[in-house]
Ligand binder design. Sequence first.
Ligand code: ATP
Length: 581
Amino acid sequence: MQRLRPYLAYLKIVRWPIVVALLCGVVYGIANGAGLPFMIQKVFPKIFNESAARLTDWQLFMIALWLPGIFLARGIAGYFNSYLIQYAGTRVLEALRLDYFRKLQVLPLAFLQKHKTGDLISRGMTDTQTLQVALTSFANDIFKQPTSLIGALSFLAWKAYNEHGVILVLVSMAVIPLSILPIRYVGKRLINRAAQVQGHLGQVSERFSENLNAAREVRAFGLEKRETERLGLITRKLLTYQMKVTKYTQALPPLIEIISSIGISITLIYAYHVHISLNSFVAIIMALYSCYDPIKKLGALQNITKIGTAALDRLEVVLNEPVTIQDPKNPVAVTRVRGDLVFEHVGITYDNDTAALRDVTVTIPAGTTCALVGPSGAGKSTFANLVPRFYDVSAGRITLDGVDLRDMTLADLRRNIAIVSQEPVLFNDTIRNNLLLGRHDASHAEVEQSARDAFVHDFIASLPQGYDTIVGERGATLSGGQRQRLAVARAFLRNAPLLILDEATSALDSESEAAIQQALKKLVVGKTVLIIAHRFSTIRDATMILVFQEGRIIAKGDHARLHAENPLYRALYDQQNVASG
Ligand code: ATP
């Protein structure tokens, strides 16, 4: 319960529905706990007592109204209680999911790479729901059930005391504390099993996500059977843990009922000896039953909160993860930068402890087109990724126009950068909206001009819906070349002073290739450009070339000089030249 406490704040947004729901819960509790036994006390004697005077029709009618009256109050109160609690729960779930999603937006990329997408989705979908159920059940039952219990206990005490003294009270209540034992026993066992279930649900979702993302590979390598078997192994484990949870949660109500029946039997024996009337006895039994029902529900609540705690543990892996890449407290105001980029003794180490960049110092003046070359794994992408602060340096610093990147806000920094990645991602939206991601306030004329600059306008115009064509998930309905050109158009629209290009390694058709090369030539003019270059023509045209090897810049210069002086560069260049030629 302690663990859930900070999250009870989520209930604040649904304060009023919960208050009304609770009031309804109290009415329900009274009708349920004390109302029914009281009704039996009131109705039975008048109808079944032979010696009493005959009732008039009106009196009989009024007496008969007790039963529907109590059930009506109980039904209406119960309905509104459940409806409002459901409403509150859905709102809480919405808030929890949004907070979780909001956190995912700002977490460092390194965190997202370390965790599997499917598992992160499962935490956002299933664990938030489990936590919501725990929170709202808590809010619902924490007053309602004790009220029912107190109602029933009070009736029991009053009745027993008036008729047969304290002993009957003690006898009939003696077994109640015993009911707590199974609740405690089950609760303890449940939390680990619940955590296992949530973990395995995460793995199932992970398998789905990986499999769907690799749909081509699965078919190409004939992995259909293997994939199904892999999923089957996890779902079978999930089943085992789910059944363990079921074993414990389902054992609780019968255990409590068995204990209650013992209580009732003892009361029966006692009642026989002290000659209690049938009416009184039935009323006491009803009240006793009404005591056990809330105990049973409080037991279930204990289980739900344990399961909720397990879900919370998984959510907190994300919610409590520090946002290491964030805005400074006192940011330097930056509008449009010139684009002077300086790396000073920059080092970065990813999780695996091997340095991806070591002591990198280089000045890239504004307006330079800088090609990054080097063998695979040499650190080129890492170098480029440091500029938009996708990762932060572990040592040294990077300045833009003399300002440390960490001294400006992320929004100011990233507004000055356009990125065209190797495999550009488009959202499942219209072409126009995908282009507008570059600059939200661009006019239609500007959108169209950027498409013309990227040689993609004619293609868009040829589509039946033109700029309003929906491109499908990740731009699935377009060819690789079309996606690339749309990404270049987006960069044109952004018109940022810094440009990061990750050249596609996969060959495009020659028409797309030529169009993209020509578009890029225009795009880079007047900008500071970092190109992770894979084509010798791009490298040759660069004003500055940085040669990376094992996380260091081992040479710097233009093509002619590097080709003459640097053996690694010469080898890389000649290799590409041959491959492309
Ligand atoms: P390529 O041309 O093959 O893309 P690269 O020169 O761009 O290679 P980087 O991607 O910068 O090289 O990688 C540099 C080193 O850092 C490699 O050893 C790589 O394994 C490691 N690395 C890169 N990204 C991560 C990451 N997110 N987590 C851990 N290690 C990483």
